[in-house]
Write a protein that binds this ligand. Structure first.
Ligand code: MN
Length: 327
């Protein structure tokens, strides 16, 4: 699906007061696309506000150094958006993803447009500018700048580089094409430093998190000639390392980095007892089906559940079920 940029630019030129929004649980593509688009529109003399359904998570605050992004009902009201004549939805086209902004989207008298790369059947009452083959919404914002004849400045390029870099897993997913690298090169030429963005995104661990990761990785065990790996975290590990429960996220993905691994399980002891399980799969075994056996759920490639009991018994129960599914 290709975008009619002529129509898009007509709509931009025909309006003056913009509000940009994106999805809840905002990621770097959502936030970066909003900030990049805001800078582009301001360079055309437009009045731009940004309002989301959820606050920017603290680990992504670096992308918005002037705290331009507001949260509806918290740092901006619906009344303050009443004078907007164009509402642009970026990086989503699903009602369920708009959170508290869905009420504004439903009731606004502004012209509505969607600029997105996701597949969705929802009718937001907007004119759609979608390219579901784009690796990131950030790409579409760069294309919008080109269509509008706006030169890329460092202010425009910084959030858009972060958007494209993160949606492609720092340019390593299958979605990262030669065109992605060419676009990244243009953004770098506009005056941004990828190393600073990488540092802000991926080099912000606490010492506690690194130590906790060490404990978890030291306990990795392999079964079925390495096709199945598992490890665990105990309550006392958190006190010992000073890490918190959220710091166990991603360690399971490191276990999947072992050559030959097809399925990984981590057992995380909960403060009130019992274990939270996380499953990761890159084989035919469906994580969501495995999680459902234990009252949990998720997706094919990643899922979770909770099982009460002591470590040894929980491990046996869960690993027996995984082994049976993998043999
Ligand atoms: Mn995206």
């Amino acid at each position: 699906m290709s975008i009619d940029w002529k129509r898009f630019t007509e709509l931009i030129h025909a309006h003056q007061r913009f509000v940009l929004t994106s999805h809840i649980r905002p990621d770097c593509d959502a936030l970066g696309s909003e900030l990049g688009m805001a800078a582009i529109l301001r360079s055309l003399g437009k009045d731009v506000k940004i309002a989301n359904g959820h606050a920017t998570p603290p680990n992504l605050a670096f992308i918005d150094p002037r705290s331009e992004i507001r949260v509806i009902g918290q740092t901006i009201t619906a009344e303050e958006l009443a004078d907007r004549d164009l509402l642009m939805i970026l990086d989503t086209s699903a009602w369920a993803q708009l959170g508290a902004m869905s009420e504004v989207v439903k009731t606004t008298s502004a012209k509505k447009i969607v600029l997105d790369h996701h597949v969705s059947e929802d009718d937001l009452g907007a004119e759609n500018f979608k390219n579901t083959t784009a690796e990131a919404a950030g790409r579409l914002v760069v294309e919008a700048a080109d269509a509008l004849g706006v030169p890329l400045t460092a202010e425009i390029a910084f959030p858009l580089f972060a958007a494209i870099a993160t949606d492609t897993g720092w340019f390593r997913f299958g979605s990262a094409s030669a065109g992605t690298y060419r676009m990244a090169a243009r953004l770098i030429e506009a005056g941004i430093k990828p190393s600073a963005i990488y540092n802000a995104l991926y080099e912000q661990d606490t010492i506690g998190r690194v130590k906790l990761r060490g404990e978890i990785l030291a306990r990795v065990e392999a079964l079925l000639d390495g096709r199945l790996v598992h490890t665990y975290v105990l309550k006392e590990d958190f006190t010992k390392t000073g890490a918190n429960a959220a710091d166990t996220e991603d360690v399971i993905n490191m276990a999947l980095g072992i050559a030959g691994t097809q399925f990984a399980v981590i057992f995380v002891e909960q403060a009130t007892g019992g274990f939270k399980l996380s499953f990761r799969s890159r084989c035919a075994v469906d994580c969501s089906k495995m999680a459902e056996k234990f009252g949990g759920g998720g997706h094919k490639a990643a899922a979770g559940a909770f099982v009460a009991g002591e470590l040894a018994e929980v491990q046996k129960q869960v690993l027996d079920a995984v082994l049976a599914a993998m043999q």
